[in-house]
Design a protein around this ligand. Sequence first.
Ligand code: SF4
Length: 168
Amino acid sequence: MVEVKEINVEEISRRHAVEIKLIDRATIRVEDWVRMKCQFGCGGYGARLTCPPYSPTPDQTRRIIKDYKNALLIHSRNSRKIKEAVPEIERELFLKGFYKAWGMGAGPCRYCHECDIEAGCRFPRKARPAMEACGIDVFATVRLNGFPIEVLTSRTQEQNHYGLILFE
Ligand code: SF4
């Protein structure tokens, strides 16, 4: 069993071409209002198995976070990079012996053109709920950890996307 201090964050970051930081789980902010932003204001509500109402509620997320000692915050300018890197790094941690590793990504799942809610997920190894779909205040959480994020008013502005992997 490998120890957390033996995890080479720089090496994982390089290999996946993302920025990664080992963070204190106490800095992960979960708020009830985040769910309301999904339910009232997002056209994707109920359209994907990785989104509310199927994703963990804020209360579940608060409890889940308490089940873990460690968290990796993952940053990229590209949301697709986060979607790819999160399940891959989660699996790497699992294979090292961190059998509880579980990750959240960024934005709605895009692996299928349409999500078949009744049939179940077609790509369960890759599809993960977004941090915000689990009730995490992404803005507060990443700022507390020194990462950039701003409300954008144009698609031409620089984007910052985040994922989170819980493990111990
Ligand atoms: S991989 Fe496909 S089926 Fe699974 S959540 Fe994403 S869109 Fe839905």
